[in-house]
Design a protein around this ligand. Structure first.
Ligand code: 5AD
Ligand code: FES
Length: 340
């Protein structure tokens, strides 16, 4: 099955199920994924500077710590000056991609987002700007693109209707989420989708549906990380997603989508002290350290015990550099575009 995947042949649902439900293939799977990753991207690891610029959100997703219903969160918004100063720090550290990530915050109108994108692109020519600000109308996405945004991250979270409905409030629909992703693609963004591993109620069948959806979408980036419970949500007593399952899925995704940009996420680093390194060895090729001002980090708490909330950007960059090197890879200072 792994050779089949490696040769770009599709697997049947039964075959995927077999891969997912046991650890017996893991060693071979991880090794094959690393080979494929090296054939496309060598030992290069791309950096994305994550700027969590607002933790206000109008949505109330059941799993998320900054959902609007959580009154225990101290809310913040970064000013344009603060955002540009994050970029300045990041640029000096060699970052050539900035990711503006936030809750769905009505204060940040299309005009304000476009102004931010333009200001970053003017101040730092040659950098890529990624937006991760949720579901919008196609017209808004068009404006963001015209303002110079290059990429957009919007995890689909789960491709199964009933599971989507269990994880989200009734106002949100999987159909609209998917529509957004296809709109973004059509507008020429490099698009990222993805899902949590081990979210409450998730089955292997749901995961297979996620893989099938990704085959349809053909995204440039795929963000996956373990679900981690947050104390102020109804899932506070649920189990966190599993390390082995997350690594297995990273490897499967690398084999299915050899070119894809695949981050070793902070959630993975949170459930295991060597999570990021393990992710890289299983096919991941992107790391996304946080550039947000340290005083706000803890307030952007999607889940409990998030890693790297106390480190200054420079410390985090140095730490990552060492970790990536020890894992056998090399951080490069480039935009890190997809190599299709
Ligand atoms: N655990 C893990 N990941 C989470 N996210 C949101 N809440 C959690 C959680 N409790 C992920 C979602 C979202 C991304 C920004 O963070 O997949 O798309
Ligand atoms: Fe952030 Fe080590 S990766 S401090």
């Amino acid at each position: 099955m792994i050779t089949k995947l490696q040769n770009r042949h599709d697997l049947s649902d039964e075959e995927f199920l077999e891969l997912l439900q046991t650890d017996s293939y893991d060693d071979v799977l991880h090794k094959a994924a690393d080979e494929v990753r090296r054939s496309v991207y060598g030992d290069e690891v791309f950096l994305r500077g994550l700027i969590e610029f607002t933790n206000y959100c109008k949505n109330n997703c059941n799993y998320c710590g900054i959902r609007c219903g959580n009154t225990n969160v101290e809310r913040y918004r970064l000013s344009k000056e603060e955002i540009l100063s994050c970029c300045e720090t990041g640029f000096k550290l060699g970052f050539r991609t900035f990711v503006l990530q936030g809750g769905e915050d009505p204060y940040f109108t299309d005009e304000r987002i476009c102004d931010l994108v333009k200001s970053i692109k003017d101040a730092y020519p040659g950098v890529a700007v990624t937006l991760s600000i949720g579901e919008k109308e196609k017209e808004s996405y068009r404006k963001f693109k015209e303002a110079g945004a290059d990429r957009y991250l919007l995890r689909h979270e789960t491709a199964t209707e009933e599971h989507y409905a269990a994880l989200h409030p009734a106002e949100l629909s999987l159909a609209h989420r998917k529509q957004c992703l296809f709109d973004l693609k059509e507008l020429g963004f490099q698009v990222g989708a993805g899902f949590m591993v081990g979210s409450p109620g998730q089955t292997n069948e749901h995961l297979i549906a996620d893989l099938r959806f990704l085959q349809k979408l053909q995204p440039d980036m795929i963000g996956i990380g373990p679900f981690i419970p947050h104390e102020d949500t109804i899932y506070r007593n649920e189990k966190a997603g599993d390390l082995a399952m997350t690594l297995r899925l990273l490897s499967i995704l690398r084999l299915m989508f050899p070119y894809v940009l695949l981050p070793a996420t902070t959630a993975l680093a949170t459930i295991d002290p060597k999570g990021r390194e393990k992710g890289l060895k299983c096919g991941a090729n992107v790391v996304m350290p946080n550039l947000s001002p340290v005083e706000f980090r803890k307030q952007y708490s999607l889940y409990d015990n998030k890693a790297c909330t106390g480190e200054e950007a420079a410390e985090c960059a140095a730490c990552l550099e060492a970790r990536v090197k020890a894992a056998g890879y090399r951080i490069v200072s480039s935009r890190g575009d997809v190599r299709r």
